[in-house]
Design a binder for this molecule. Structure first.
Ligand SMILES: Nc1ncnc2c1ncn2[C@@H]1O[C@H](COP(=O)(O)OP(=O)(O)OP(=O)(O)O)[C@@H](O)[C@H]1O
Ligand SMILES: [Mg+2]
Length: 431
């Protein structure tokens, strides 16, 4: 039976890893330094919205490190329950680690296992973990890949960053962290200087030409061609978002096989649109629920309106929109916190340019606009204001329209609870 080559999902290597040359080259340049006595100058941080391709880039990196640089690679995900050193030791005991150690014949697997166990017992201090990793990396360059790094507990993360810095100074060692843009907020309080000096690689959507390749090449390799005009329409509909690219590829491949044809034309594309829209809708529904749970729909709606017809808006415009000028108050800490929260939810995304913002998950804003249509305009602006400045909500009574006082009180209780604000706590007023 033919197997569909496309991989719509999470963490599955696509048939063609397209459009990541810049990120790959940045990492390759650093890896060259791994073999020099001076070592690599900093850790690497890959960050981008969900479904953008971080995990698969880590998979590519793992293979590249093993094949091109003969490194030992430890892929891990932060743990809530295990200490960093225990987790590293456990990772070293995995078959992948055993395979790489088999090559150094003087140190057999059982000996390594014994060494690992002894180190677990002995290394009650982070220092001994550092010595252990230095020894290990001096035998064979060591690359530690941490996926889902935005979920690092503070203590675990702080220790990791310190260990990495100490090991990197004395042995060929590289730490690569991959996570959503929330990773920045997670790292900042851990070690502010680390964030400034680390090698940050933002991952955004693919270019149109990369998205075109990602769809057409695997189809072509399977003996299926696609009309140029149809391909353009598919690329546009995928919005160059890697997950949607795989989804389109997979749906088109299935349709071509079912129709027993080797040419994807307009009629076949039209037949498949419903299947894509259904899957896309399911994904958006999940994101919308997250926004709803955090009472972010009104503010998300205002932002969607600010973005209408534009690919990017300035930092100032975003903050002004969130501050909700109509409310007339602007507590800066609350505005910043709301922006951070929306970035964490991948609703907005700031790439390498820094001063401008883009939509995070593509066209989620259009979905929010459609779904939020039934919010009364007056109520939604009052809700947005109340969310930003709950203590000022009473002054907004006029904006609540015909809503019953009891309904307003209940909404306010929900907002206080969701924002975890003590009703009695005074809010510092901004400009
Ligand atoms: N460069 C690429 N070209 C084509 N498809 C890609 C590319 N990168 C990722 N994909 C596809 O996109 C989807 C998401 O990839 P992946 O799981 O790596 O994203 P992620 O950023 O790790 O998401 P999450 O934050 O949810 O873990 C997968 O279906 C994957 O096959
Ligand atoms: Mg991932």
């Amino acid at each position: 039976m033919d197997i569909n080559p496309f991989q719509p999902g999470s963490g599955q290597m696509p048939p063609l890893l397209a459009g990541r040359d810049a990120a790959q080259n940045d990492i390759k340049k650093l890896l060259v330094k791994l073999d020099l006595p001076s070592g690599v100058p900093s850790d690497v941080l890959l960050y981008g919205p969900r479904g953008i391709g971080k995990t698969v880039l880590l998979q590519w990196l793992e293979e590249y490190c093993i094949e091109e640089h003969k490194c030992r690679v430890l892929p891990i995900v932060p743990s809530d329950t295990m200490a960093l050193k225990d987790q590293l030791m456990e990772a070293l005991d995995t078959p992948q680690a055993q395979v790489t150690t088999e090559r150094s014949s003087s140190l057999g697997i059982s000996l390594l296992k014994a060494l690992v166990k002894r180190t677990v017992v002995q290394s009650s201090q982070a220092r001994s973990l550092v010595s252990f990793l230095i020894d290990l990396a001096n035998k064979k360059p060591l690359v530690l890949l941490v996926d889902e790094a935005h979920t690092m507990p503070a203590k675990w993360g702080r220790e990791l960053l310190n260990v990495s810095q100490d090991v990197r100074k004395k042995a060929p060692f590289l730490l690569v962290l991959a996570g959503t843009p929330g990773l920045r907020d997670c790292l900042l309080p851990m070690k502010a200087t680390f964030w400034i000096r680390t090698n940050k690689i933002p991952m955004g959507r693919l270019t149109e030409s990369a998205a075109t390749d990602a769809i057409s090449t695997p189809l072509h390799n399977e003996g299926i061609s696609i009309d140029p005009d149809v391909l353009t329409q598919v690329v546009t509909a995928s919005q160059c978002y890697p997950y949607f690219i795989q989804l389109w590829g997979s749906i088109l491949w299935d349709a071509a096989k079912e129709a027993k044809c080797d040419q994807i034309d307009q009629a076949l594309l039209d037949k498949t649109r419903g299947a894509f829209d259904y899957k896309k809708g399911m994904l958006y529904q999940e994101y919308y629920e997250e926004l709803k749970q955090q009472h972010m729909v009104p503010v998300a709606l205002s932002i969607a309106q600010a973005f209408e017809g534009r690919e990017a808006i300035s930092d100032i415009e975003l903050h002004d929109t969130v501050a909700g000028k109509h409310v007339g108050v602007n507590p800066p800490d609350i505005v910043l916190e709301t922006v951070r929260e929306l970035r964490k939810l991948d609703y907005i995304w700031q790439g390498s340019e820094g001063s401008v913002w883009h939509p995070g998950i593509p066209s989620l804003m259009t979905y929010v606009q459609t779904e939020a249509q039934n919010l009364e305009p007056d109520n939604s602006s009052a809700l947005a204001g109340a969310w930003m400045h709950p203590q000022g909500a009473l002054a907004l009574k006029g904006a609540w329209g015909d809503l019953d006082d009891q309904v307003v009180d209940n909404l306010m209780d929900e907002i206080y609870e969701a924002r975890r604000i003590d009703k009695g706590r005074p809010v510092e007023m901004g400009n």
